[in-house]
Design a protein around this ligand. Sequence first.
Ligand code: SF4
Length: 457
Amino acid sequence: MLLRHTPKKITERSALTINPAKTCQPIGAMYAALGIHGCLPHSHGSQGCCAYHRSTLTRHYKEPVSASTSSFTEGASVFGGQANMLQAITNIFSVYNPEIIAVHTTCLSETIGDDLKQIRKKAVTEGKLPKGKEMISASTPSYVGSHVTGFSSMVTSMAGLAQSTGKKNGKVNIIPGWVEPADMEEIKRLAGLIGVRHILFPDTSGVLNGPLSGEYKMFPDGGTTVAELKATGDAIGTIALGEWCSADAARALDKNHKVPCKVLDMPFGLQATDRFIDALRTIAGVTVPDEVALERGQLVDLISDMHQYLFHKKVALVGDPDQLIAMTEFLISMDMCPVHVVTGTPGKKFEQRIKELTKDMPFPVNVKVKGDMFLLHQWIKNEPVDLLIGNTYCKYIARDEDIPLVRWGFPILDRQGHQYFPTVGYKGGLRLLEKILTALLDRKDRDEPEQSFELVL
Ligand code: SF4
């Protein structure tokens, strides 16, 4: 009874959020920045903010996360942080020598009104930004948006490095959105199998799921190189996965460099993966390779084998919009019923998409944008569910209401391995489905009376 004070009766709230279903913008900006090779993320604000962003990412990915900070104290908080930022640029390149720094603002530096573009110009004029090195920036005050919008802003800043030489390079930009490092690997594997030459950005594979080699590398081997980011302006097209995480960057490339873009859902589940594979296949001008067709068939087989245990199971979902849209579609395709769907991230289109996807469901759906865990808990008390899918914070609701929980999304702070196993693509679908089935069947085994406790399911 950890959440014993959550009442069943729902009272309308307009100016109070309790346990928000999101975290702060700079965390997303920092995660995106780690997907550039040789990049040092920099937090333009106080040390406390930076420590929080780093520790949240470290707790999820179980890897060290290096980042620098402008270390605001009282002076910078009152007079602005330009002097701190300029000193930081000098220190960072003389001590750590990254290829690029990716600077994001915080609540404090935004409130005082620091302008990172102007500070960058001053750094260049004063010769503080070494030749051949780059600095990109994103505006990420946390009193608006969420970790998702922070991620999107930094990815859009990466697209700002793109250059057009006038000669196409025959590659396709793939913007994967905020997915696990293993998901990024899987997206690259699928593109490779279909024969699509690509630039994936950002790419945290090999950065936040690296091996334990005994050797510490401040800048791990993975990540999209600055040269690749520059080459995105010469690509023949962009596939952006997720309207919230990736579309802005893709549209910027389209607008500034005439790189046409296609915005798809994140490839979680059967149908969204089908659309992704179809887009890759169309670009490559090939038929789907047998290996990919086999993986699809295996996922369809598992769905059909286990359909009897999935049918009309009610599910509550909480997380980020791009993930939730694809997951809702996946659950519906298996005749499961997502009855409560909550995201903490703003965006009007979300409710509309979920309502469209669930319109033929036998139960009404509750959808909340900019929602919180408190409301989700109340909804569950009023309309119980068979399964909860979401991040680690769901464990309190799961325990109080005695509901099986599948951990999926960000952050997962109390389980390991998620950074090594993809949940995108057909293979990822198999893993998602295995997790869902295991949670449901473990509960069935626990609750079944002795006369129907079966060895074979
Ligand atoms: S002050 Fe703002 S940026 Fe810093 S940790 Fe808090 S919400 Fe995030």
